[in-house]
Ligand binder design. Structure first.
Ligand code: ATP
Length: 209
């Protein structure tokens, strides 16, 4: 099984990395692709150029076997719809199961994404529980009840279509919090890997003038 973990990663932090490792180990995922988005479609545009966010992710995952930075969204024109990203993974990996990994906050907006049900034709969804995440309700709750499995073997047994809720280390770290902290002159040390911090410091990222 292959994991696909998309995000803004502005910057990547331990809330992404530790939880991705939890998911990888719990579900037996052989490789997780970290896919920084080029253009946001459901939120404000990131302030940091996509190439730089990719460089931060590259620095973060370089030493971790089974984690890779994947810049495929940068080579595509237009907004970074996950559907097309997953289509490209599906072409690459044929029938191997794909796990599309996201936090509970991201999953709560899932039905407003581009072609959400077709996303489930391409991949399973693994939802990582995040601190303070709200439980799904309405149509999303119905979808969850239809597709939910508590059995990791079900994810390995088919290419796509199931939803799995994965408990992860609860780390109340957000990229917004890190940017705000740096903007007021505080340190992001121990919230991001040292190599990521070194790039942030070297380039003066997130500092206000
Ligand atoms: P921002 O604060 O800029 O919105 P973020 O910290 O939420 O950023 P993103 O790059 O937007 O990070 O997140 C990518 C994915 O990682 C999303 O699915 C999000 O839910 C998940 N995620 C981010 N931080 C955590 C965390 N601390 N624990 C679990 N999942 C997380």
């Amino acid at each position: 099984m292959i994991g696909v973990f998309g995000g803004t990663f502005d910057p990547v932090h331990y809330g992404h990395l530790r939880t991705a490792l939890d998911v990888q180990e719990a579900l037996g995922i052989r490789r997780i692709h970290f896919v920084p988005l080029k253009e946001a479609v459901h939120r404000d545009q990131p302030g940091t150029p996509a190439e730089l966010r990719c460089a931060l992710v590259q620095a973060a995952v370089a030493d971790q076997p089974g984690f890779v930075m994947d810049d495929r969204e940068l080579h595509r024109h237009g907004p970074s719809w996950s559907y097309y990203t997953l289509e490209s993974f599906r072409r690459e990996y044929a029938v191997e199961p794909l796990a599309f990994i996201m936090g509970g906050d991201a999953f709560n907006g899932f039905l407003s994404w581009h072609r959400p049900l077709e996303i489930l034709d391409l991949a399973h969804i693994v939802v990582m529980q995040r601190p303070d995440a709200k439980a799904p309700h309405g149509e999303l709750k119905v979808l969850l009840e239809e597709r939910l499995t508590a059995e990791p073997g079900d994810l390995h047994a088919s290419s796509a279509g199931r939803i799995f809720l994965q408990p992860v280390t609860q780390l109340d770290i957000s990229a917004t919090g890190i940017r705000e902290r740096i903007a007021i002159g505080r340190s992001a040390r121990f919230l991001v890997p040292e190599r990521v911090l070194a790039i942030i410091d070297h380039l003066g990222l997130y500092q206000t003038d």
